[in-house]
Write a protein that binds this ligand. Structure first.
Ligand code: KG4
Length: 339
């Protein structure tokens, strides 16, 4: 019997629905929310309202693109958390209604685990490019920077995490100081391509173990600009590309140094990257370089699976379905939860 999972993602500002059949992706529809752009960040109340408007058309499109009737769905998987509570409520409530109406089981998915399991989405049934257990996954997004030891689909251990800002926040906050808009990560990436990454040296944290810290970099970047602007009020404008390239190099070096340490200490050469910041071109190149230099077998997600998406929720639901891990209709979302 075929197992067909509908995945629903609504943890932040992307409403997404996806259909996965026997581990193979059939559709992944994502509706972003432009409404937040003018506020320089996600406004929770506006996000949940936009999810309410988007959810039915997005699910409709996902089923249509997959060529699947709703009666063919085996179970509905939804993001239970972590995320914005009002946003999560929309996806959770929709999943409850869908599950009741069709009398099919409901599966809860942890958003962070889903980012990791995105590596198991098959593009077709012959796609064998999945990571082997155990592997290390660098999860880097706007809210997280973690090194995860992945022992199995449902057994993950965070061995390193940020003690303050996430890598995405470091990109976004430094970009904001340069007046580059929100989210600044992709803009820094684009401008960095035209800059010299060795022009400026920014301080790196000296932390034991595998933990990260990015707040010191943000502060030193801010003070550096403040001092330079006193001499030349056009400093940022004149040096934008070099500033972006140097900042990006520092962030990527910080991320890769700890990942290499974890890989060497644990003797694991199977290494993956996930989350919004995994779209960064310099981070992707660093993975290629480390693969060559240290014999890593690397797993870099397709761009469609780097940001929030329901395909990763559906694949997580698929593995839980195989283990009969279902939830009751009294399930409530949670804003905060570990992996
Ligand atoms: O996983 P994600 O979509 O959701 C949140 O956790 O919010 O990650 C978004 C983060 C933002 O901080 C954004 O600036 C960053 O990912 N990001 C990038 C790039 N694309 C997205 N950072 C650096 N370079 C990129 N190309």
């Amino acid at each position: 019997m075929m197992i067909t999972i509908l995945g629903i993602e609504s943890s932040c500002d992307d409403t997404s629905a996806a259909v996965i059949r026997d581990g193979v992706i059939l559709s992944n529809v994502i509706a972003g929310q432009a409404v937040h752009e003018r506020y320089g960040g996600v406004v929770p109340e506006l996000a949940s309202r936009a999810h309410q408007q988007n959810i039915i058309p997005v699910v409709h499109d996902a089923l249509k693109q997959a060529g699947v009737l709703k009666e063919e769905i085996s179970a509905v998987a939804f993001t239970r958390g972590p995320g914005l509570l009002g946003s999560l409520l929309v996806g959770t409530s929709f999943a409850k209604g869908f599950s009741s109406a069709l009398n099919i089981p409901m599966i809860e998915v942890n958003h962070l685990q889903a980012h990791v399991l995105a590596h198991f989405i098959k593009e077709d049934k012959d796609d064998l490019n999945q990571p082997a257990f155990p592997f290390l996954c660098l999860l880097v997004s706007g809210g997280n920077s973690q090194i995860i030891l992945v022992k199995n689909y449902d057994n993950m251990e965070i061995i390193g995490k940020t003690i303050d800002d996430a890598a995405g926040e470091a990109f976004d906050k430094c970009a904001k100081v340069m007046g580059l808009g929100y989210p600044g990560g992709p803009v820094v990436d684009r401008l960095a391509k035209m800059g010299n990454s060795d022009k400026y040296i920014f301080s790196k944290p000296r932390l034991e173990g595998y933990d990260y810290s990015f707040s010191g970099l943000k502060t030193s970047f801010l003070y550096f600009l403040r001092d330079e602007l006193k001499q030349d009020s056009d400093f940022i404008e004149k040096n934008k590309n070099d500033l972006c390239a140097s900042l990006q190099k520092t962030i990527v070096d910080i991320l890769m140094d700890k990942l290499l340490k974890a890989s060497e200490d644990l003797g694991i050469k199977e290494v993956a990257v996930a989350g919004g910041v995994s779209a960064n071109s310099s981070l992707r190149s660093a993975f290629e370089e480390y693969s060559f230099k240290y014999g890593w077998r690397i797993h870099i997600p397709k761009f469609a699976y780097t940001t929030d998406n329901a395909a990763m929720v559906a694949i997580s639901g698929y593995y839980k379905y195989l283990d009969n891990e279902f939830v009751n209709h009294d399930v409530a979302p949670y804003a905060r939860v570990l992996i």
